[in-house]
Design a protein around this ligand. Structure first.
Ligand code: URA
Ligand code: CA
Length: 433
């Protein structure tokens, strides 16, 4: 087989066979196909699209390019969740113990990530003593015993995706639905999921800013998951403003504790209950989505969910007393209010801009090497639809730096205040099955 022929075939709009896709991904991973040929292929794929069969075959070829996590020693149906980015998205920290409280096995591998705040692993590391590196055996044992364990990324998962993603980044081919969908799904499948719940965000803070694009991506990922034999559903949720109130690592741990106790922000709680009920249903631990939801609500009310969170922290060496005494988490040196410049209704909070403001405080990494400050971040005091008086705090900055003028301006620029009461966008747009 020659790569040049495959490029020509795709350029002319024909579908590639399973064997052709496997050949291409294998040879690209082992450096036998050079970047310039793969670049041409990526651009051909961008313009000519891929059939569902091609997408499934590309995904599975990338899964097979590296290690795959074997979760077969863990009892039950392993359901994973993936959120496509966002700002102040604390859902994993909440969902993991919440669904584990209903006996759904949570064997989660999470990232540190680059971005506005750290990833789930960074957030967990704001808990003193918490270990994110476990050997496979301990990991499996903990999931069987407590139904939950979370580890940092290890092993050589989907090297083909890493290489292709880096190439797409510099050849203007990131923004292609079949390529994004197969990239994300290959990582979930390699991490051992039997079933997958996708949280596809739309709005200013999302990868897919427009609803139509988010729908198309969700449909593409659901089709790949189901085509690869992993039951998959997609929830399209709003990210036109940050989720919840907290944006920052330790601050989000506090918000997660409040939510598990049933006292969390309405939007974050609703999203977790929606995603969680689909996870419980796919794990066959409930007879219907409604039944799953009622039992998740009961786990919050009864204290079961927070007990599981404590057990989880203790099992991984962390200080579980932070759950009842969150003031023991890392705390910033100073707290500064950002005041509303005028009275009115909050019409918009550009999520990305709040994220950038949080990373200016040191909550996120700019490069893989940068250190993050787990204590710092932003607490929003007002969300879209709320009324403020002039001079009232719209947000507070938790900071360890003396000059927060630039961050204050950034937060002010993210907020729009109007005279008329705005319509608040829906939190959940659609569920794709
Ligand atoms: N995130 C991914 O993991 N892959 C993409 O291609 C785009 C976003
Ligand atoms: Ca939040």
């Amino acid at each position: 087989m020659r790569m040049v022929d495959l490029i020509a075939k795709k350029r002319d709009g024909h579908a590639l066979s399973k064997e052709e896709i496997e050949f291409m991904i294998k040879a690209y991973t082992s450096d036998e196909i050079p970047d310039y040929q793969m670049s041409a292929m990526a651009m051909a794929l961008y313009f000519q699209d891929m059939t569902t069969a091609e997408r499934v075959n590309l995904t599975m070829a990338m899964v097979e390019s590296g290690d795959q996590i074997d979760l077969s020693d863990i009892e039950g149906i392993k359901v994973d969740k993936h959120s496509t980015g966002g700002v102040g998205d604390t859902t994993t920290l909440i969902l993991a113990p919440l669904v584990a409280a209903l006996d759904v096995p949570v064997a989660k591998m999470s990232g540190r990530g680059l971005g506005h705040t750290g990833g789930t692993i960074d957030k967990l590391e704001s808990i003193e003593g918490f270990k994110v590196e476990l050997d496979n055996k301990t990991f499996n044992q903990l999931v069987n015993k407590n139904k939950i364990a979370v580890i940092g990324q290890s092993g050589n998962l989907t090297p083909a995706d890493k290489k292709l993603y880096a190439l797409r980044d510099v050849t203007a081919t990131v923004n292609s639905v079949p390529l994004i969908a197969s990239s994300i799904m290959s990582k979930k499948i390699a991490a051992g999921a039997d079933a997958i719940v996708l949280d596809v965000k739309t709005g200013s803070g999302a990868f897919m800013k427009e609803l139509e694009g988010a729908k198309e991506l969700a449909k593409a990922m659901v089709a790949i998951g189901n085509g690869a034999g992993r039951e998959t559903i997609g929830v399209i949720s709003d990210m036109s403003q940050p989720l919840g109130y907290a944006v920052g690592n330790a601050l989000e741990v506090v918000e997660a504790i409040e939510t598990l106790n049933g006292n969390g922000p309405a939007d974050l709680t609703e999203l977790c209950l929606t995603l969680g009920s689909h996870m419980v249903y796919l794990a066959k631990k409930a007879n219907s989505i409604e039944d799953a939801r009622a039992r998740l609500e009961e786990a919050m009310r009864s204290g079961k969910a927070i007990e599981v969170f404590k057990t989880f922290i203790r099992a991984q060496g962390g200080d579980e007393t932070i759950v009842d005494q969150p003031e023991r988490l890392p705390r910033a040196g100073s707290i500064t209010d950002v005041q509303a410049p005028c009275a009115g209704y909050i019409a918009e909070i550009i999520a990305d801009e709040i994220g950038i403001a949080a990373s200016m405080l040191g909550a996120g990494r700019m490069t893989k090497e940068s250190e993050i400050d787990l204590a710092v971040g932003i607490i929003l005091k007002k969300k879209v639809g709320d009324y403020v008086e002039a001079g009232e705090p719209i947000a507070t900055l938790h900071s360890n730096q003396s000059d927060v003028a630039a961050v204050t301006s950034k937060v002010l620029a993210a907020y729009s205040i109007t005279d008329q009461k705005p319509t608040v966008p829906p939190l959940i747009y659609q569920v794709i099955t």
